[in-house]
Ligand binder design. Sequence first.
Ligand code: KG4
Ligand code: ZN
Length: 340
Amino acid sequence: MGLTILGIESSCDDTSAAILKDTYIYSNVISGQEVHKNYGGVVPELASRAHQQHIIPVVDQAFKKAEIAKDQVDAIAFTQGPGLLGSLMVGTSFAKAFALAKNIPLIGVNHLQAHILSHFIRDPEEKEHSVPRFPFLCLLVSGGHTQLTVVRDYLEMEIIGETIDDAAGEAFDKAGKIMNLPYPAGPIIDQKAREGDPHAFKFTRPNISDLNYSFSGLKTAFLYFLRDRVKENKNFINEHFSDLCASLQYTIVDILMDKLIRAYEITGIKEIAIAGGVAANSGLKQAVSDAAGKYGWNVYIPRFEYTMDNAAMIAMVGYYKYLRGDFENMDAVPHARLRY
Ligand code: KG4
Ligand code: ZN
């Protein structure tokens, strides 16, 4: 049918634009923001300013890479929430202006649904692409969210568990900040953990009922543990860095896996997908693959560039919403909190 969608993502600290034709991706340009590195987290004011600087060049590059003219776009899909309001505002305003100028439909996308549908993005050069079959269980783990979802169809999803405080990525990043690592600390901890002993240090697990998660207790336990050790030996972090990373990662992964296995036992669903930035974590990938062997799961992990925040996944949701005729009008506003 040749349906071409321009996707726009600006919910946090990555500005991204992508061109999707049917379910094939032709470009996915992502511009990160170095400016937050030394603050231990994303500074909302700086993020929205950087989005304003990046959005036009990023969209331009997406068109050039895809070799598609602006007039060939059938609809524009943008992240409507959840996310940082100032950041979302930049993408929303751009999308509305583009839709108005080109007289094409405007599609509002839930960022979390997009992470989940990242599994369905296809590359024109890719020979084989195995996708989860419905219904599947998705563990969405990112810097802002940790959720367990039953996915019954492209746009029919039910959250069956979620964090009551910090997200898994936030646990990595906050623990990293305690160890004086730059933001985001997740990838650095992952790298270092490979050289360390995951059982060197024990951190308490949360005692949360149902399928919900909690990570704020772990962050506090980690902070107090290090405070006491550093009092005795000021080089403690340096001397035990890889063991600290390995033990921390082991604990976070263990907490994630515990509820994922419970969700499988409750639902009986063996199609297991992970998504979001933390899906790139080698410890989590290993644990999911071990569990797959034990329980007979089929496991799906998106390509790295689709685990992080990107506009390809936004265009993907746009595609399915277009087929339903689910469009926004020019009154559309972004929402910092948005449920699906
Ligand atoms: O999905 P994402 O790009 O943005 C959000 O929507 O939050 O996820 C970013 C998060 C950050 O917290 C980052 O530290 C974490 O994903 N992350 C990782 C790894 N790569 C990214 N955490 C652990 N191990 C990794 N390899
Ligand atoms: Zn995200």
